[in-house]
Design a protein around this ligand. Structure first.
Ligand SMILES: [Zn+2]
Ligand SMILES: [Zn+2]
Length: 123
């Protein structure tokens, strides 16, 4: 991930280890992820191209409430570095530029729990 877009943290109780820990939030145009700083539980989101009003898209399920956060990022559309809204739920991850309204939608793709996912080689 050489491209830098969103990088922030949100402190809450982790759904996996049940500890209060920083959840490290990163996003670039091709992927977004949320990783627990304590146990390494990671959720990966990929860009979503379908109509976001599809039934069920915004149905919050299980692990977390919807997080409404704000992070500073450089908008790819208007080029302004400024506040972006971050809306993160179990199934969706959305970023929106406060300046021009340019929005990225991501959908939940996979989840893993590992502190060092690249430790094993030859797999
Ligand atoms: Zn955790
Ligand atoms: Zn913008």
């Amino acid at each position: 991930m050489s491209e830098r877009f969103i990088f922030t943290k949100y402190r809450t109780v982790c759904y996996n280890c049940h500890q209060e820990a920083d959840q490290v939030i990163k996003a670039v145009s091709s992927q977004a992820q949320v990783e627990c700083d304590n146990c390494g539980a990671t959720r990966i989101f990929v860009p979503r191209l379908e109509d976001v009003r599809d039934e069920g898209t915004f149905t919050p399920i299980s692990c977390y409430d919807i997080w409404n956060l704000e992070a500073t990022a450089a908008c790819k559309n208007c080029g302004v570095e400024g506040p972006h809204d971050l809306i993160i739920g179990c199934n969706q991850f959305t970023t929106r530029c406060n300046n021009c309204g340019y929005t990225h939608f991501y959908k939940f793709n996979l989840e893993y729990v590992a502190k060092c996912p690249i430790e094993k080689s030859g797999e």
